[in-house]
Write a protein that binds this ligand. Structure first.
Ligand SMILES: [Zn+2]
Length: 450
């Protein structure tokens, strides 16, 4: 399930008016049929919203914001400053894809680049732990440790009868993620709305992921083929670079050309650099390397390919080589061209480091399907298929559980959202049994009174 979008409505005042806060407004992603739901009318009036709070820049949390604007939303938008910067690039990129799809279907795109520009004018960057007051609500962002600038948001409602707090988790990050700081914990909350993508899984190789990456690269170079790594531009690309930089500098991997074949990833890298001296966002290790003058996203053999022509030039470079490109689930993007070329080659390797949603090409390959369709042709998958779960940007069951634990005695109810059915069910049972938390799994469109 994607397309995070929550509405929190306060108690009516003497005049019967209420404060309405939106939390995230993401794009629904998946099959064509599912994505059509992005064009459905919203179940609330965008003109009546008092503020929009954005947990992080991923498109499944931001992708419908310009559409919201198009429908008359004009209230302020709040997020951390990096989230705002990343979102601008991601929304522009997403608009290009939406426009292509729309013109193929003969309809208007969900929003225009003009809408994106207008959205940026009403978007305010707020640092972690700075309080924003919106009528009776106090809003505070905390570090979610998911991607740079990501947050979970604590909202305190102040009423004469007392205070109530509700926390929207956004995506809670993995442990010991390179570059970004670790997830913060909260001691208490009355209600938690939590995403539990990996509520039923434990990541393998979280601690030793760099060693496993080293092995995969060595193995791929020895085999003499292409090593394809499908990634999200705004997810592990920058962290992978950071890790490969270290492996290269410490001479732990053989010399091999590494291509970042993603214009978006290159643009996002500039934003990483913009915040590179800010200890609010980067962990100590990264800050230290920045201060020592190490270009942590650069090493001998690394090449960035911006244009389509440059991308095609990669084909002329002799094997072995490493190609990092989007999209992260192999649903479009430049990686598809490389997969078309190399999936059938037993000497080549495809390495998955991100979540692969059911039905995506990436998931099919990962699940061991022997024949897949690309550009209308059937490709027999003969390359090696590898996975490192430890690079996930999302916390696994253990991490999610640990994040909830300190709040267990005061949580009145937990709502699990944005997860595959099984993940939510397994996680709900675990926290009911072990933390005695009342955990519910609401259907999309559910309204509850707190
Ligand atoms: Zn995310």
């Amino acid at each position: 399930m994607t397309g995070a979008n929550y509405l929190l409505e306060g108690e009516p005042n003497a005049k019967g008016q209420t404060t309405k806060l939106l939390i995230d407004c993401g794009l629904i992603q998946g099959t064509n049929k599912k994505e059509r739901a992005n064009y459905y009318p919203l179940p609330y009036d965008p003109k009546e919203i008092d503020a929009l709070l954005v947990t992080h820049a991923h498109i499944d949390h931001t992708g419908r914001i310009p559409y919201l604007y198009k429908l008359g939303f004009r209230a302020p938008i709040y997020s951390t400053p990096p989230t705002k910067d990343f979102a601008e690039e991601l929304l522009i990129d997403s608009q290009g894809l939406l426009e292509k799809e729309a013109s193929a279907d003969g309809r208007d795109p969900l929003y225009t680049l003009h809408d994106v520009a207008e959205v940026m004018d009403i978007w305010k960057g707020i640092k972690y732990h700075n309080l924003v007051r919106i009528n009776e609500f106090d809003v505070e962002f905390y570090d979610a440790g998911h991607i740079l600038g990501s947050s979970f948001v604590k909202i305190t409602a102040n009423y004469p009868a007392g205070k109530k707090t509700i926390v929207f988790s956004g995506d809670i990050g993995n442990i010991r993620t390179p570059l970004v700081k670790d997830t913060e914990f909260l001691p208490e909350a009355d209600y938690v709305v939590m995403e539990a993508l990996y509520g039923d899984k434990l990541h393998k190789h979280t601690i030793d992921r760099k060693d496993v990456l080293e092995n995969v690269i060595e193995e791929a170079v020895t085999a003499g083929g292409a090593l394809m790594i499908p990634t999200f531009a705004m997810e592990r690309t920058q962290e992978l670079l950071y890790e490969i930089n270290e492996l290269t500098e410490n001479m732990r991997i053989p010399k091999v050309p590494v291509f970042i074949d993603s214009p978006l990833a290159i643009k996002l890298l500039a934003i990483y650099k913009k915040y590179s001296d800010d200890p609010d966002y980067f962990d100590n290790e990264a800050i230290e390397l920045f201060r020592q003058g190490d270009e942590i996203f650069n090493f001998p053999g690394l090449k960035f390919t911006l244009t389509t022509e440059q991308s095609k030039e990669i084909n002329k470079v002799a094997l072995p080589k490493v190609i990092i490109a989007g999209s992260g689930m192999s649903e479009g993007g430049r990686i598809i061209h490389h997969e078309y070329r190399h999936l059938g080659d037993p000497k080549s390797t495809i390495l998955f480091i991100s979540y692969q949603s059911p039905g995506s090409l990436g998931r099919k390959i990962l699940d061991g399907e022997k024949v897949v369709k690309i550009f209308g042709s059937e490709i027999v998958v003969q390359c090696r298929v590898r996975q490192i779960g430890g690079y996930s940007a999302h916390g696994d069951q253990k991490k999610l559980f640990e994040w909830l634990q300190p709040m267990k005695s005061c949580i009145q109810r937990l709502y699990l959202v944005q997860s595959e059915d099984n993940a939510a069910r397994v996680f709900a049972n675990k926290v009911r049994d072990e933390l005695a938390i009342d955990a519910q799994i609401p259907e999309q469109g559910t309204t509850v009174e707190l």
